[in-house]
Write a protein that binds this ligand. Sequence first.
Ligand code: HEC
Ligand code: HEC
Length: 144
Amino acid sequence: MRKILAVGITAAMFAAGTVIAGAAEIKSLRGDVPLNAEAKLFKKKKVETVTGGRKRAWKLQPPTIPHKINKERITLDENSCFRCHAHDTYKAENAPMISKSHYKDPNNPDEKNLVMRRYFCYQCHVPQVDAPPLVENTFKSAGN
Ligand code: HEC
Ligand code: HEC
C-alpha cells in the first residue's frame, strides 16, 4: 500500500513538474519586459477572410459571415447589420435578407419585428477566417 502511494506521489510530482516546465515556455505578447518598462509594439495578427467563401456545413447552420465586420456596431441602441440585411434594406444593398425565422417568436405569433433573442448576431454568426483550429478535431461537413 505504502509502495503504491509512494509511486503515486512521485508520478504526481513528475506531472506537476512537467506542467510548470511547460508554463515557463509560454511567452506573453509583450515578451519578458517588466510591467513598469515600455515594451516594443508587437505585430498584430492579420486575419484573412476565406477566399471563395465557406459553405454551410449542415442545412440549418447559421451561415458564417463572408465579409469584414470590423466597421460594424452592435450595441443596445444600434445594429449596423440592418443597414444591409433588414427586410426593407436588403434589396437595395443586394444582400441576403435576415432569415424569416428571425422574425418568428413562438411565444408571440403576432410579432412583426426581429425577435430580440436574435438581436446580437455574433451569438450565432461568426466571420469566416482562414485560421487553423486551436484544438484538433475530426468534424466533417454534412456536405450542404
Ligand atoms: C454594407 C452592407 C452589409 C453590411 C453592413 C453587413 N452585411 Fe452581411 N452581407 C452583405 C452582402 C452583400 C452579403 C452577400 C455575400 C457577399 O457578397 O459578401 C452578406 C452576407 C452575409 C451573411 C451570409 C449569408 C448566407 O446566406 O450565406 C451573413 C451571415 C451576414 N452577411 C451577416 C452580417 C452581420 C452579422 C452583419 C453585421 C455585423 C452584416 N452582415 C453587415 C452585406 C452587408
Ligand atoms: C440564435 C442564433 C442566431 C442569431 C442571434 C442570429 N441568427 Fe441569423 N441565422 C441563424 C440560423 C440557425 C440560420 C440558418 C437557419 C435559418 O434560416 O433560420 C440563420 C440564417 C441567417 C441568414 C441567411 C438567410 C437565408 O435566407 O439564407 C442571414 C442573412 C442571417 N441569419 C442574418 C442574421 C443577422 C443580421 C442577425 C442579427 C440581427 C442574426 N442573423 C442573428 C441563427 C441566428
